[in-house]
Design a protein around this ligand. Sequence first.
Ligand code: ATP
Length: 137
Amino acid sequence: GTITFTIIKPGAVKNEHIGPILDKISDAGFHIAAMKMVQLSRSEARSFYCIHKDKPFFEDLVEFMVSGPIVAAILQKENAVDDFRKLIGNTDPTKAEPGTIRHMFAKSVQANAVHGSDSDENAQKESEYFFAGYEKF
Ligand code: ATP
């Protein structure tokens, strides 16, 4: 299958949502191909979200992403990128459909529980960034 990359963000880790989120991911048919819990540095968080570096919320987002450990994982499934975006729901949890991970576990637009890659190219880049030596399946 194809891959996507996910992060369980610090708020969801702190609120003991790792287990329930991984259950949702497995129940939706994703295979967890790689996974680790890490503390991001500010420079790593800036680099991960550099596409947003000129946005007003950027510095707050970086502070949030370094506020505690995250769980990074590579997920494998047919149509992984699109199916995972559907499973997590809208960036804004007030707009996320019931049953989606963000509807269930997100606290705000910033603390929205999970990240999911937005393209196959970014899934590959993000996976290689977090899992050095990782190569395309
Ligand atoms: P992600 O990239 O984390 O999967 P996304 O693709 O749904 O999220 P993006 O627009 O790429 O959303 O924004 C990246 C992240 O930046 C969001 O998940 C959220 O944590 C934060 N963010 C986006 N917009 C805002 C905002 N208006 N205020 C605060 N934080 C925001």
